[in-house]
Design a protein around this ligand. Structure first.
Ligand SMILES: [Zn+2]
Length: 288
């Protein structure tokens, strides 16, 4: 059936049951949701590589997973236009700024004893990695994001250290005496919560096989020792995890919804290019 008929059918059904039609995702919101969903998966890929390769970890594993996740995504994004790469990676850092600066009940706060870094630290860590990827071209970034000079001056070294570690893991797979698999199964549960609002978010990940191709690319590079699954599911909280026993990575629909709510309702940081020409390249108006 043609897409416009499907859309009409959807609107009619929404009218019959009296539900408010859910507005479509704006390009800028879609980018924020997509980039942060992809980073969530890559962070769990970081935990997966640490576990499946039995890697030694110095410092906090959560920091290592953030660094691995950032570098994996940074490399997978290389085919995109530079403005789009900058916008997506800034969206990923900005999510943690929004978490940090949004008041929340104590039960939802990350505290100093937690195995995860504070939201504020994750924001500065990710901004530093982004800035460190090209300090000359991104010279506007420290002042724009509030990254102090004392940290910013060494960000190129932090970025190189993270690249070196991921390269080491990539080469280590050749020396490990294990059978390798290159496949990851991707499973989408039927959304149960607020289905009309969740389905466009799911479509964003499914369209053009986006998420599957991203996962395939990581598996082709690293070839973990057993087949693994990435599941998108209903959880009851905006979570994501890697379960070593089941060999399963998970991303909750509630997390996608949280990304959407934040992107739609809170003031976000925008790169100079996206402030002038919002939205993914293919959706930008002519002249951008
Ligand atoms: Zn983690």
């Amino acid at each position: 059936m043609h897409r416009s008929y499907l859309a009409l059918l959807f609107l009619l059904c929404a009218g019959i049951v009296g539900a408010d039609p859910v507005p479509p995702l704006s390009p800028n919101v879609a980018r924020f949701v997509l980039a942060n969903a992809e980073f969530s998966v890559m962070h769990e890929m970081g935990h997966m590589l640490i576990a499946e390769y039995n890697l030694p970890v110095l410092g906090r594993e959560e920091d290592a997973a953030d660094q691995i996740g950032f570098i994996l995504l940074f490399r997978l994004y290389t085919k995109l236009p530079q403005d789009e790469i900058d916008a997506r990676l800034l969206d990923i850092a900005d999510y943690w700024r929004l978490e940090w600066q949004t008041p929340k009940p104590q039960a939802e706060q990350v505290l100093a004893w937690d195995s995860h870094p504070l939201d504020e630290q994750r924001y500065y860590n990710l901004v530093c990695l982004l800035y460190g990827s090209d300090m000359q071209r991104l010279d506007w970034l420290p002042a724009f994001t509030g990254l102090p000079y004392e940290r910013a001056v060494y960000c190129d070294q932090e970025f190189q250290q993270a690249i070196k570690a991921v390269n080491w893991v990539h080469h280590a797979r050749h020396t490990l005496d294990i059978r390798h698999h290159s496949g990851a199964r991707l499973e989408f549960e039927t959304p149960l919560i607020d289905r009309a609002a969740t389905e466009p978010l799911v479509a964003l990940l499914r369209d053009e096989n986006r998420l599957q191709e991203l996962v395939n690319a990581v598996f082709q590079q690293f070839r973990p020792p057993r087949p693994l699954t990435l599941r998108l599911l209903n959880c009851g909280s905006p979570d994501a995890w890697y379960d070593i026993n089941g060999g399963e990575m998970a991303l909750c629909y509630e997390r996608l919804q949280r990304f959407r709510e934040m992107a739609e309702n809170l003031p976000r940081l925008r790169t100079p290019a996206t402030r002038q020409c919002p939205g993914p390249t293919e959706l930008r108006p002519a002249g951008c």
